[in-house]
Design a binder for this molecule. Structure first.
Ligand code: GLU
Length: 496
């Protein structure tokens, strides 16, 4: 069915859209779709639309559209047309194609559904749920594809009018030609060809008075002047139906680009069970928007030179829709963490302090600044600072045996701690350089090793086997607290 022919036709004015359904939080895959649309549009100085596809009322999640808009705004992707949040949860809309919520455009879709009926490209279907269920079961038993059998295609005009007058519930279905083929060139997948006999008579309008995704999506893409439809691969099977709608309505098709699936490391479809998939979850944990954008940009696209660090501005410059791969892209949390570390290291401590306040609300910004100066090169996401820096605020209980380095012993460790305590006690200016100097001198003077002094002092100060260097922790703790912790360590060890 597929053959690779890649080319992008450029219309004079590029217009794209991101069209999420408010069925939950913004998914990592959704963010990638939004980003690719955004990058492609910005490269061509086009317009980017945000449209909320909320006609499937059974899957609607209360306020999900508000969350989607907020998440996209936090991430820093701007759109030229569509709903925008005011200061509160009030939504306004910008752009000449208002409204951008499909639930507010039902009349428009109704009009087009009727047009399609009049032109013989759609028909009323009065089949009951029960009949359709039995039909499906029979087809399944016979190992046939489940699809509508076209019974209502055969209704006469009089029969239809009678049923309508009797107010029998109905849906409107697309009258898919019984022979012929649909072909289109997908920017990523190349030439796609499908026989119309393999396409089901898709429902366009449901009995609840709402259009299906297919009708609303095509009508809006046309009315809003969308030139390029860039969306996930899961919509590829729907595209032939959309093309039939474009044909039936006499409209020019946009160009399509179907982005590769996102996969778990075991190559199954990316799922919540294996990692977080909601963008908001990552933001909540303290992943930076720039890291998330950089990361999702690389899910299916690679620059020629294998460069990996890209600001949004650089992505606009280098991203190439034609270089997006067909094969599924693996979601690799390690790489996301690596990128996040990179952006955390780059950020001025002052900015990090602001971003970290929510993770350590009880710590004042002066202390938080000191903590971040030490921890910023060690954390993978900002939320970690809460766990990693807890000991600065309160020393948790730890086993005394942790104080003894593997090449040392109890006696030497006790000697190391005592030496450290005594020499630090005499120290006048309490800063990390002086602390380091003092500890080094004490180690040499008493013929001890780093394992006898630095290791136990660090554990004494942090209560942890992994933590920053002792002089860094002691400086932040201050002389009094620092010495108190070393003394406590000696007491603990004496009781061992
Ligand atoms: N509303 C669809 C979604 O939630 C959009 C599909 C499309 O972009 O055509 O993904």
């Amino acid at each position: 069915m597929l053959e690779t022919v890649k080319s992008i036709k450029m219309s004079p004015k590029i217009k794209t859209r991101f069209a999420p359904s408010p069925t939950g939080q913004l998914h990592i895959g959704g963010l990638r779709t939004a980003l690719y649309n955004y990058l492609f549009t910005k490269q061509h100085k086009g317009k980017f639309v945000l449209r909320i596809e909320d006609t499937d009322r059974s899957r609607y999640v209360e306020n999900a559209e508000i969350k989607l808009i907020q998440t996209l705004s936090k991430i820093g992707l701007n759109w030229d047309e569509g709903p925008v949040m005011g200061k509160t949860t009030e939504i306004t809309e910008k752009g000449q194609n208002k409204p951008y919520f499909q639930s507010k455009r039902v009349k428009i879709y109704q009009e087009y559904a009727e047009k399609l009926i009049k032109s013989g490209n759609a028909y009323y279907c009065f089949c009951s749920e029960d009949r359709l269920k039995k039909l499906r079961e029979k087809q399944q038993q016979n190992n046939q594809p489940t699809r509508y059998d076209g019974l209502c295609r055969k209704l006469s005009e009089t029969e239809i009018q009678k049923k309508l007058q009797n107010q029998e519930p109905f849906v409107i279905r697309l009258k898919v030609p019984q022979s012929g083929e649909v072909t289109f060139k997908d920017i990523i997948r190349g030439q796609v060809k499908i026989q119309t006999e393999d396409i089901d008579d898709q429902i366009l309008f449901k009995s609840d008075g709402f259009p299906t995704y297919h009708l609303a999506n095509v009508v809006d893409d046309n009315l809003m002047g969308i030139t390029h439809v860039i969306r996930g691969e899961e919509w590829l099977p729907s595209t032939p139906k959309h093309i039939l709608l474009y044909r039936a309505l006499g409209w020019t098709m946009p160009q399509f680009a179907h982005l590769p699936l996102l996969l778990n490391p075991d190559r199954s479809k990316l799922s919540k069970r294996q990692s977080d998939v909601s963008v908001e979850d990552y933001l909540d944990k303290g992943y930076l928007p720039e890291a998330l954008l950089n990361y999702v940009a690389l899910l299916g696209w690679h620059p020629k030179d294998d460069k990996e660090i890209f600001s949004l501005k650089n992505l606009i410059k280098h991203f190439d829709l034609q270089r997006v791969q067909k094969a599924g892209a693996i979601f690799d949390l390690k790489k996301l963490k690596w990128l996040n570390c990179h952006y955390i290291k780059q950020k001025p401590v002052k900015e990090l302090v602001k971003l970290c306040e929510k993770f350590l609300p009880e710590v004042d910004s002066k202390l938080l600044t000191k903590i971040l100066e030490v921890e910023k090169t060690r954390i993978e996401y900002l939320g970690e600072v809460g766990e990693l820096a807890e000991f600065f605020i309160k020393l948790a209980d730890y086993p005394a045996a942790l104080l003894i380095f593997k090449k040392s012993n109890k006696e030497k460790t006790l000697q190391g701690l005592k030496t450290a305590e005594d020499s630090l006690n005499n120290l006048k200016s309490w800063n990390k350089a002086k602390i380091l100097q003092t500890l080094t001198k004490a180690t040499e003077e008493f013929n001890l090793t780093n394992g006898d002094v630095f290791w136990p002092v660090r554990v004494a100060a942090s209560g942890k086997d992994k933590s920053p260097a002792p002089e860094e922790i002691l400086e932040i703790l201050g002389k009094e607290e620092g010495l108190k912790r070393i003394k406590l360590a000696r007491e603990k060890l004496n009781m061992l």
